[in-house]
Design a protein around this ligand. Structure first.
Ligand code: NAD
Ligand code: UFG
Length: 343
C-alpha cells in the first residue's frame, strides 16, 4: 500500500517514513525542503534498504502538487506533516505562517479530492489546547485561544478537516494526532532534528550547548509552582511518535475507526522539569551543560502532560522509550550531524 507523506524529509516525517517502510508500506514524499535536506533520503535508505519516492514541491503550488498526486493516485492515505512550526516566529510572521500552513492544507485537500485519496493523518499539537486548566490533558479537555498564529493554524485546520470529511467529497476519514513534546532521534543516529539557526526548543538547545555551539542554556523560569520550580513537559521519543502514525494509519486502512474523524493525544503521560531533563542528559552522556536561570518565557505554561489512554485503548499504542533513551539518542545524533552532515 502506498502512502503519501507531506513534509516527509523533516524531523518527525523522516522517522515516520522509516517506520512505514519497515512496516511494508510504500512511501512517496512531497516536501519543498524549506526545513530539511534531500540527503535524508540516502540515510533513510541506509536504515531501511528502501528508498521512498520524492519530489521537491511546494504544497502551496497547485499545479506541481496536483501533478505529483496524479503520479501517486494509487496511494491509500496521506500523512500531513508539512508546516512551518516555530511558535515565536509565527507571532512575528503571521501572514506567512497562515499562508503556508493553511494554503498548503487547502491545496492538499483539493489534490486528495481530485485523485480520490480517502484517508488522512494530520499532525496536530498539544498547543491546540491553548492552556492547561486540568492535568493530565485529555482529548476532550476545554480548548482556549492559542497564543500564536502557529497554534491557531492547527486549530483552524482541525475545523477545516472535520468540515471536509463531513462534506460531499472524496476525503472520507481522518485522524488528528496531538503530539506533546517530541525529542530524540533514531537509534542509528542517521536522522534527527537539525533546526536552522538558534534553536527554540529545549533539547536542540541543550545538545548545541553541550557540543560548544552555544555558550549557555537559559532555563526559562525557576519560580513556577512545580517540584523544582522549572516548567514541566511531556517529552516523547520521536520513534514512539512515528509508531503512533503507523498504528493510526493501520486503523484507517483496516477500517477499524469508530467515527470518520478521530483525535488522539500522543504523549508519554509523564512530566519532566527542565532541570530533570538536563540532569538526565548529563548523566546519560557524561557531558556538562552550562546553564543559567533566566526569566520566564512569555506564553509558557508551568506544567502540562498528556492523558494518552485513548491511544492506548484504540490504537494499541503507548510510549516505550524513556527519558534516558530520548536524551542519549539526541546526543548521539548531534555528534553525528556535526561530524558528517553540517556544511
Ligand atoms: P520539520 O520542519 O522538521 O518538518 C516539516 C517539513 O515540512 C519540512 O521538511 C519542511 O521543509 C516541509 N514543509 C513546510 N512547508 C511546506 C510546504 N508548503 N510544502 C512542502 N513542504 C513543506 O517539522 P517537524 O518537527 O517534523 O514537524 C512536523 C509536523 O508536526 C508539523 O506539522 C508540526 O507543526 C507538527 N508538530 C511538531 C512538533 C514538534 O515539536 N516538532 C510538535 C507538535 C506538532
Ligand atoms: N526551555 C528552556 N530553555 C530553552 C528552551 C526551552 O528553559 O532554551 C523550556 C521552556 O520554557 C519549556 C520547556 O523548556 O518549559 C520546553 O520548551 P520547548 O520550546 O522545547 O517546547 P514547548 O513546550 O514550549 O513547545 C512545544 C512544541 C511546540 C508546541 C508546544 C505546545 O515545540 O511546537 O509544545 O504543544 F506548540
Amino acid at each position: 500500500m502506498k502512502i503519501i507523506v507531506t513534509g516527509g524529509t523533516g524531523y518527525i516525517g523522516s522517522h515516520t517514513v522509516v517506520e512505514l517502510l519497515k512496516a511494508g508500506f510504500e512511501v512517496a514524499i512531497i516536501d519543498n525542503l524549506y526545513n530539511s535536506e534531500e540527503s535524508v533520503l540516502d540515510r533513510i535508505e541506509t536504515i531501511t534498504s528502501k528508498r521512498p519516492a520524492f519530489e521537491a514541491i511546494d504544497l502551496c503550488d497547485n499545479e506541481a502538487s496536483l501533478s505529483f498526486f496524479r503520479k501517486h493516485q494509487d496511494a491509500v492515505a496521506v500523512i500531513h506533516f508539512a508546516a512551518l512550526k516555530a511558535v515565536g516566529e509565527s507571532v512575528k510572521k503571521a501572514i506567512w505562517y497562515y499562508e503556508n500552513n493553511l494554503g498548503s492544507t487547502f491545496n492538499l485537500f483539493k489534490c486528495m479530492n481530485d485523485v480520490g485519496i480517502p484517508s488522512i493523518i494530520f499532525s496536530s499539537s498539544a498547543t491546540i489546547y491553548g492552556k492547561y486548566p486540568e492535568l493530565p490533558v485529555k482529548e476532550n479537555s476545554p480548548k482556549f485561544p492559542t497564543s500564536s498564529p502557529y497554534g491557531s493554524s492547527k486549530q483552524m485546520i482541525k475545523t477545516i478537516l472535520k468540515d471536509t470529511i463531513i462534506g460531499e467529497n472524496e476525503i472520507k476519514n481522518g485522524i488528528s494526532l496531538r503530539y506533546f513534546n517530541p525529542i530524540g532521534a533514531h537509534e542509528s543516529a542517521l536522522i534527527g532534528e537539525a533546526p536552522k539557526g538558534i534553536p527554540n526548543n529545549l533539547l536542540p538547545y541543550i545538545t548545541q550547548t553541550a557540543i560548544g555551539l552555544r555558550d549557555s542554556l537559559s532555563v526559562f523560569g525557576a519560580d513556577y509552582d512545580t517540584p523544582d520550580g522549572t516548567a514541566v513537559r511531556d517529552y516523547i521519543h520521536v520513534v514512539d511518535l512515528a509508531h503512533a502514525h503507523v498504528k493510526a494509519l493501520q486503523r484507517l486502512v483496516n477500517e477499524e475507526n469508530e467515527t470518520d474523524y478521530e483525535v488522539f493525544n500522543i504523549g508519554a503521560g509523564k512530566g519532566y522539569s527542565v532541570l530533570q531533563v538536563i540532569e538526565a542528559f548529563e548523566r546519560m552522556n557524561d557531558v556538562k551543560v552550562n546553564y543559567k536561570i533566566s526569566p520566564r518565557r512569555p506564553g509558557d505554561e508551568p506544567m502540562f502532560y498528556a492523558d494518552s489512554t485513548l491511544a492506548q485503548e484504540k490504537l494499541n499504542w503507548q510510549a516505550e522509550l524513556n527519558i534516558d533513551e530520548m536524551v542519549a539518542s539526541a546526543w548521539k545524533w548531534e555528534a553525528y550531524y556535526r561530524e558528517h552532515l553540517q556544511k
